[in-house]
Structures are given as C-alpha cells and as structure tokens.
Design a protein around this ligand. Structure first.
Ligand SMILES: [Cu+2]
Length: 271
C-alpha cells in the first residue's frame, strides 16, 4: 500500500482525499436513511411519506356495538332463476333477494362497519388469511364481504353451472372472469380502499354481492346478530362508518383513550 501511494502525485492525492470524503458522505447519508426506519419517533413526516407508525398493543382499545334497523323492512323481492335450469333445481322453495336482512329483534346484517378516518400515519401488515366468496345455489355467499387492501380474495364456484364474476369498482382495477362448474378457485386482491365494490355475474342477472376494501384491519361485516367489534385500535379520535348497500351510510365520531372499550350503535331507518 505504501509503495503504491508513493506513486501518486500531490494533485492525485488531493483528488483522492476529495473522493474519499465524497464516499464517506454518501456512506453516512445511506446509513442514516436506512437507519431512520427504526427510529420512528421524532422523524419529520415530510421525510417519511410512507406510513410508519405501528400500533402499540399495550395501549390499544376496542370499539364494539351493534347495528339496528327501525321501521318496516322492505318486502323481499322474489328471484326467478328459470333462466338457468341448473340454478332453479338447486332450490326447493322460492328464493328471495336478501338486500335488507333484518332479524326479528331488529338486528341488521350485511353492514360494513369500519374506521373511515383517524388512522393516518399508521402502517399495517398485509393479513395472511384469505377471504372467501362462494357461489352457492346461484347466489353469492356471503352477500357482503370485507377485506384489507392487498389481502387475498378467493372466489369459489360450488355450483354445477358456470358463473362469471365481475366486480365493478370505481377506483380499483376492474376484472371479469368466467368460472366453470366447481372450477378452480379465482385468486385476486384489491389495491385501493373502496367501500364497497359491487359484484355481478354476467350470466345470472339476479346475482349480486359487495366487496368492501379497507386500508387497515379495523372493519367488520355484521352477521344476523348485527354486532361488530373492532379490537386493537390505538388511542385516537375516529370517524366510524356503517355502510349498507341500499340503506346508505351512517357515521359517528369516537374518541378512544388508552385501553378503553367504547360502545357505539348505529340505527338505519326504514320507510
Ligand atoms: Cu352466476
């Protein structure tokens, strides 16, 4: 090394020093940029456009509640499946559309309850579980599903007839795929938050479903008991939205303290 360095002229030596300095600066810059990820606190938001905050389970709380329907539910509309004998023969009695599914106590099913705002700056890992949408008896089952952005959706065809799954999104990528009887599952996902995407079957006009895509894990589709529970929410001020395909949306503000459980109820009115 010494021998080699003796061959450099003074000019070259200077230039080398400059280069060494340059490399050092680059190195420090690169190191500090990659090092930032671990020191989230105190980092200016402008330098970190991507969401970096993570939820601290030690202070997380829960928002739980129920969705009710008040008034007279609309009369269920009868579905005629005569157009496809394979569908018609799957049902012994009459089939009705289940747009407004109200239980005797007033509990409303198929409502997507989710955190509409208040989670800016948080990042959430992509869930590993898949969400399944089945086609059974020439109906989508369940009628309403919700999943996280990027989460895997599996579409099944449990029928002995061909279906055509056609989500009609506003801001996500549209796709339209045919699925043969008991055919291979269709695997898809959605990149953007959208509540909710209507899904139709191009073969059977009565088939309808909705897919709600939420950018975080705080969502739930109510079942026949009309309840929901959003667990593991960090303390904060949130706008909660309840979405129903025909009854519209209802929102509420919730302030959640550390480890708190807040109860929220939504009521949709019938005509
Ligand atoms: Cu179909």
């Amino acid at each position: 090394m010494d021998q080699r360095s003796s061959f450099y002229t003074e000019e070259e030596g200077k230039s080398m020093k400059v280069r060494t300095l340059y490399v050092l600066v680059l190195f420090v810059l690169a190191f500090s940029t990659t090092g930032c990820g671990k020191k989230e606190a105190g980092q200016p938001a402008a330098e970190q456009p991507a969401a970096t905050k993570t939820v601290d389970p030690a202070t997380a709380g829960t928002v739980a509640g129920s969705v009710k329907f008040e008034g007279t539910p609309p009369k269920p509309v009868r579905i005629r499946m005569d157009a496809d004998a394979a569908c018609a023969r799957l049902h012994k009695g009459p089939v009705f559309a289940d747009e407004v599914a109200v239980s005797p106590g007033g509990a409303l099913a198929n409502v997507v309850v989710y955190v509409k705002s208040g989670l800016d700056g948080y990042s959430f890992p992509k869930p590993t579980e898949t969400v399944v949408l089945d086609q059974k008896g020439c109906m989508y089952r369940p009628r309403v599903i919700a999943l996280q952005t990027g989460q895997t959706l599996e579409v099944l065809n449990s029928d002995d007839t061909t279906h055509n799954i056609h989500p009609v999104p506003n801001i996500n990528r549209e796709w339209n795929r045919s699925q043969p009887p008991r055919g291979e599952k269709i695997v898809e996902s959605f990149a953007r938050e959208e509540v909710a995407i209507a899904v139709k079957c191009n073969i059977h006009p009565w088939m309808k479903s909705y897919i709600a895509v939420v950018k975080h894990p705080y969502f739930k589709v109510t079942g026949s008991d009309g309840t929901f529970e959003l667990k593991g929410l960090p303390p904060g001020v949130y706008t909660l939205e309840a979405w129903h395909e025909t009854l519209g949306i209802s929102t509420q503000q919730v302030t959640l303290g550390a480890n708190e459980t807040k109860s929220v109820s939504f009521v949709f009115q019938g005509g």
